[in-house]
Structure formats: C-alpha cells, structure tokens
Design a protein around this ligand. Structure first.
Ligand SMILES: Nc1nc2c(c(=O)[nH]1)N[C@H]1C(S)=C(S)[C@@H](COP(=O)(O)O)O[C@H]1N2
Ligand SMILES: [Mo]
Length: 230
C-alpha cells in the first residue's frame, strides 16, 4: 500500500518536473530580435540592444546624438509614409518604408560632427542613394540633390559627392531602428560633411541642376560645402 502510494507520488513529481522543464525551455528559446525577418508563427520582440563595439573599438552610444533640430523630434506614421524621389528624373517615384528596406542594405561606421562642437562615432545601416536614383532614372543634367524633411528642413549635396562616397540613407543606428529624435524613418549619412547636411525625417529627395541651392542652415550663413576638416 505504502509502496503504491510512493510510486504514484513519484510519478506526479516526475510529471511536474517534465512540465516545468518544458516551460523553462520555451521561455529561454531565443525570440527573434526586432530586426529579424518574420518567419511565420507568433514572435515576441526583445527590447533593442545597441551594438557597442565595431572592428575592435568602442562606438559612441546613440544617446550621444544631441537633437538640435529646428522643430524638435518628428513622429512619422509609417503606414502613411512615402519617400518621394522626383525632380530631374525620368520616373518620379514614391517608395513605402518596406520598399526602401527591401533594397540591398549596407553597414558603415561614420562620425557625425555638429558645428556646435560635439561628435558621435556610430554604425549606420541603410540603402544606397544610388540604388534609389537608378530606380527613378536620374536625368543627365542633374548635378544637385536636395533633401526635404517632415519638419520643413532642407539641405543639399552635389550628386557627384553622393555617388563618390557611396552615401546611404540609414534606417538603423548601432543596430537599432533609428529613434524618432534621430530621424526615423531615414537619416542621410552625409559622410565627411557637417551635421547640418545629415537630413533627418527625409520625405523627399529632389534631383536638381541648381548647384547653388541653399538649405535651411546654408541660407543662414553656414558653408554649402560643409566639409569636416579634422
Ligand atoms: N530634418 C532635419 N534634419 C536635421 C536637422 C533639422 O533641424 N531638421 N538638424 C541637423 C543638424 S544641425 C544636426 S547636427 C543633425 C543632428 O542629428 P541628431 O539629432 O540625430 O544628433 O541633424 C541634422 N538634420
Ligand atoms: Mo548641427
């Protein structure tokens, strides 16, 4: 009798252990991070984790980017968002966020230098402007690219500088989706150019032949070349 009760008891304990182990494994299984492709089925997103080192040295934290924008952080409704590429192109085009992200993407470490005296060494992930230009078929007389933003900000760069430097518009910084304050959905990674060329919250990329175009800060006295000199 006692033996039988002990047997039943130990079977119950064993069953409880099996159930506990099962749930422990379930919760320990890696869930896809926010950047992972959805592979069907349910998935939970983990809080974003910043990449802190690259090529053996420290990156700046994303929080080192001081928001110095003219109207403060923008909050873009991605369901309604369109990135327009127009002006001197054969095929003026609107891209959704997902259409832009479906282009080949590239990672680059580039330092952002603001004229106010701070800088941040960050890892950017984005798409090549030249891939967007190829889709819209840039006309041969275009020599300038004007970036327009959701807050009314504009800035421009020579088309050739963008092509030579293989510039990207980034949707991630240090491995995390670009925060609202830093330009979500896209910031221009204006390599070797001062911070005011790094257009955030880009809504429109206009191909132009106006090489003397002056954007928001440029028309208020800042150099149109904006080369970083250090
Ligand atoms: N749309 C928009 N982009 C902008 C600005 C702005 O006011 N509006 N400020 C520029 C300046 S002066 C700098 S230094 C960088 C700062 O970027 P951060 O806020 O991500 O650090 O954004 C640039 N891009
Ligand atoms: Mo700046």
């Amino acid at each position: 009798m006692l033996k039988k009760a002990l047997k039943v008891f130990s079977m119950i304990i064993a069953a409880i252990i099996v159930v506990l182990v099962f749930f422990a494994c379930e919760s320990a299984a890696p869930s896809p991070s926010v950047s992972a492709q959805q592979s069907g089925g349910s998935s939970a997103s983990l809080p974003p984790v910043e990449i802190k080192q690259y090529n053996g040295h420290d990156l700046s934290p994303v929080s080192d980017m001081k928001d110095v924008s003219i109207e403060g952080p923008q909050n873009i409704d991605i369901a309604k968002y369109k990135l327009t590429v127009d002006g001197l192109v054969e095929t003026p085009s609107d891209f959704t966020y997902d259409e832009v992200l479906s282009l080949p993407n590239y990672t680059k470490e580039v330092v952002l230098n603001c004229v106010e005296g701070w800088k941040a060494d960050l890892l950017w992930q984005g798409v090549l402007l030249s891939d967007l230009f190829d889709k819209a078929k840039v006309k041969t007389d275009a020599n300038t690219v004007i970036f327009h933003a959701n807050d009314g900000y504009t800035t421009s760069l020579p088309l050739q500088a963008i092509l030579d430097k293989k510039m990207i518009i980034a949707f991630k910084v240090n491995g995390v989706v670009l925060p609202d304050k830093d330009g979500y959905p896209f910031i221009l990674v204006a390599e070797d150019k001062l911070g005011y060329k790094w257009c955030k919250w880009i809504t429109r990329i206009e191909l132009s032949n106006d090489s003397s175009y002056e954007g928001y800060w440029e028309s208020r006295g800042y150099s149109n070349d904006a080369n970083v000199t250090n």
